[in-house]
Structure formats: structure tokens, C-alpha cells
Ligand binder design. Structure first.
Ligand code: PEP
Length: 247
């Protein structure tokens, strides 16, 4: 099994002045290395500067989204090749905020994951049910369907991760019970193995949704939880470090 991956998603937050948080994180990890892989995904405007600031560190830099094409007439979009050129090593695709706000479907997410592969980036492919779907008892079925549709077969031989992020837990302070997290992660694992065989057995399955220093150890200790995708608590080095140290 690969080392756990703890990835921070800054979303649409962060100006140049906030690079100090990334530097502080790198300095702390240089002094006392973590047994995990660590990544920060800043907004695209900060990516190159953050990659430069972290070049000598163990902290990887990632994008938050990419277009599926490598270049062209797509005003406002950024390709996987551009992210790689700016210093990214990973990219989040299919985040629920993009699925909800931009109507991204599983096929588009799969195309983005393939674009990441083409550019040499490690995709973090997000899936997760809404509250209505959970309350209807459909969480496992919804998430398995998203995994089947969003994880392309071509990823088999490359590094990738799946992030289980229940939509209702993102930014709300709510988290599923550990039993519920384990049930969904087990379903994701079964689906990945059915689709990809050995590669599906290896890929880390991250949990995301209101991970904080106070709940990180319990969540990261759950069965089949291979890391975390962290939003709000990744903005401050001290909080993010506490989560990394809990892994
Ligand atoms: C996220 O945006 O991926 C996320 C998990 O956010 P938060 O940790 O703030 O819930």
C-alpha cells in the first residue's frame, strides 16, 4: 500500500501573502518529516509561485481542476499540461463543487482524469453522495456508480487516488460515522478492483469533508482510509500539520 496522501484544497482562497502558510508547513515537515505524502492545491494563480516556494520541500503542489483538452479555444480554462508546466504533480478532478456549479458529469470527470494521465499528473478523483441520496439509502449505489463512470480504465498502471467526499459534509462541520465512512470506502474498493484489478487494489481512497485536527486521527485510522482531502483546515499551516501528524 502506498503511504497515505494528505492533500489540501485551498479552493478559491489564497493570495501571494498566504504563501507563508505553505512555507511554514514545508519548514515544519523538513524539521520533523511526516510518514505521509503531503500536497497543497492552491488556486491556479498561485500554483507556479507555490511550486517555486516548495521546490526544495517534500510538499507536492496540485491543481484543483483541469480541462480535458491540452489547449484551444476554452476561455478561462486551464489544461493539465499547463498545470504540469506550472509545477503541479497532482490535480483534483470531479470535486462536488464543480459537479454542482458547472454540471460536470462522470464522463467529463473521466476525460479530465485521462488528461491528467496524459500530462503526467496524478489525479484525485472525487465522488460523494448528497444528503438526499444518503437519506434515501442510496449512498453506496451512488458512489459506486460515480466511481465506475469517473475512473477511466486507462488509469490502471498509473498513480491515482479516489476521494470520497460526502457533499453534505463539505464545509459544514458534519462528518459521517466511522462505520459509514468504512462502508463507503469498502464499496469504492470493491468497485475499483472490479474495474481495474490489481491497480484498483492499490489506489489510495481518501476521505474528505470537514476533516479537522480533532477528528483526523479517528478518520485516518478507519479501514480503507488512505489519506484525506482537506479544505478549510488546510489554509493554516498549524491545522494542516496537526492533521498530517495524526495520520
Ligand atoms: C473539500 O473542499 O474538498 C473539503 C473536504 O472541504 P472541507 O474540509 O472544508 O469540508
Amino acid at each position: 500500500m502506498p503511504a497515505p496522501l494528505i492533500a489540501g484544497n485551498w479552493k478559491m482562497n489564497g493570495l501571494a501573502a498566504d504563501l507563508g502558510e505553505a512555507r511554514a508547513l514545508a519548514a515544519a515537515l523538513a524539521e520533523t518529516p511526516a510518514g505521509t505524502r503531503v500536497a497543497l492545491c492552491p488556486p491556479a494563480t498561485l500554483l507556479a509561485r507555490m511550486a517555486d516556494a516548495l521546490a526544495e520541500s517534500a510538499v507536492l503542489v496540485g491543481g484543483q481542476d483541469c480541462h480535458s483538452e491540452h489547449a484551444g479555444a476554452f476561455t478561462g480554462d486551464v489544461s493539465a499540461e499547463m498545470l504540469a508546466d506550472a509545477g503541479a504533480r497532482l490535480v483534483i478532478v470531479g470535486h462536488s463543487e464543480r459537479r454542482a456549479a458547472y454540471g460536470e458529469d462522470d464522463a467529463q470527470v473521466a476525460a479530465k482524469a485521462l488528461a491528467a494521465l496524459r500530462a503526467g499528473l496524478e489525479p484525485i478523483i472525487c465522488v460523494g453522495e448528497t444528503l438526499a441520496q444518503r437519506e434515501a439509502g442510496a449512498a453506496l449505489e451512488v458512489v459506486a456508480r460515480q466511481v465506475r463512470g469517473s475512473v477511466p480504465a486507462g488509469l490502471g498502471e498509473t498513480a491515482f487516488a479516489v476521494a470520497y467526499e460526502p457533499v453534505w459534509a463539505i464545509g459544514t462541520g458534519l462528518t459521517p460515522t466511522i462505520e459509514a465512512i468504512e462502508a463507503v470506502h469498502a464499496a469504492i474498493r470493491r468497485t475499483l478492483v472490479e474495474a481495474l484489478g490489481a491497480a484498483g487494489a492499490r489506489a489510495p481512497i481518501l476521505y474528505g469533508g470537514s476533516v479537522k485536527p480533532a477528528n483526523a486521527a479517528e478518520i485516518l485510522g478507519a479501514a480503507e482510509v488512505g489519506g484525506a482531502l482537506v479544505g478549510g483546515a488546510s489554509l493554516k499551516a498549524a491545522d494542516f500539520l496537526a492533521i498530517i501528524r495524526a495520520a
